[in-house]
Design a protein around this ligand. Structure first.
Ligand code: ADP
Ligand code: MG
Length: 213
């Protein structure tokens, strides 16, 4: 497969929602260590609202699909992660545009724009112990793989592994953004909850793309 269509991306959203629901308690446990114990609830409430809103509809274009996801997340999730993930999907959709499918380069550019949306909104930098630390390496691996002409399913699998490695690398970090930063040095020794949900996001993308090839 060399392109990704609206149906595959809708499958991505469904798989992410299911993963977040399945890992809700774990995400909450991570957030209870260095935050306010609501990341699992926030993400599962948001993604449940997204899937309900999508219902049986199949949006014709990628921007319609992803902008809808972003708007639902912004409006249904209080807390930092709602506007951050919401902006990610809004920017990803805007950059994809009113098309029914994207090639690898188009998907890479859309994901890059989503990441930049998070940066514009939350100002995270590498090593701040946030979702950025899982997403930035995933997007980079995605871009590099596409540039080297690697099959898209392999590229997406590599990006998912990069997100997981980025998540795991947040363990020793001292948080410099978000609620966890209030803990200072005591935030070290725990995984960042947002980086954990971002790894689920890229796992879901890899599974959706693999499912099609
Ligand atoms: P809240 O922190 O408002 O309770 P959540 O618990 O749902 O919201 O989400 C927390 C996650 O949001 C953190 O683990 C981190 O990954 C991410 N986060 C918080 N602040 C920022 C920021 N400024 N930039 C990027 N990500 C952030
Ligand atoms: Mg929280």
């Amino acid at each position: 497969m060399t392109t990704v269509g609206t149906a595959t991306l809708q499958d991505w959203i469904g798989r992410f929602s299911a993963a977040v629901a399945e890992k809700k308690d774990w995400l909450t446990e991570l957030d209870s260590a260095i935050g306010d114990a609501d990341h699992g609830a926030n993400m599962s409430r948001g993604m449940t609202a997204v899937v309900e809103k999508l219902g049986d509809t199949a949006p014709a274009t990628i921007d319609e699909l992803l902008k809808g996801v972003g708007m639902t997340l912004v409006s249904s999730v209080g807390g930092a992660s709602g506007p951050l993930y919401g902006t990610f999907f809004l920017r990803t959709g805007m950059t994809a545009g009113a098309v029914a499918e994207l090639d690898g380069a188009g998907l890479a550019a859309a994901l890059r724009a989503g990441l930049e949306g998070i940066v514009a909104r939350g100002k995270p930098e590498a090593g701040d112990k946030t979702m950025f630390d899982a997403m930035a390496p995933a997007v980079e691996v995605f871009e590099n793989g596409v540039q080297r002409g690697i099959p898209l399913a392999e590229v997406a699998a590599g990006a998912a592994r990069a997100a997981e490695a980025g998540r795991d690398a947040t363990l020793p970090l001292v948080a410099r953004k978000g609620r966890a930063s209030y803990l200072g040095e005591r935030s070290a020794g725990h995984l960042d909850p947002g980086a954990a949900s971002t790894a689920l996001l890229f796992d879901a993308l890899a599974a959706a793309i693999a499912g099609d090839s």
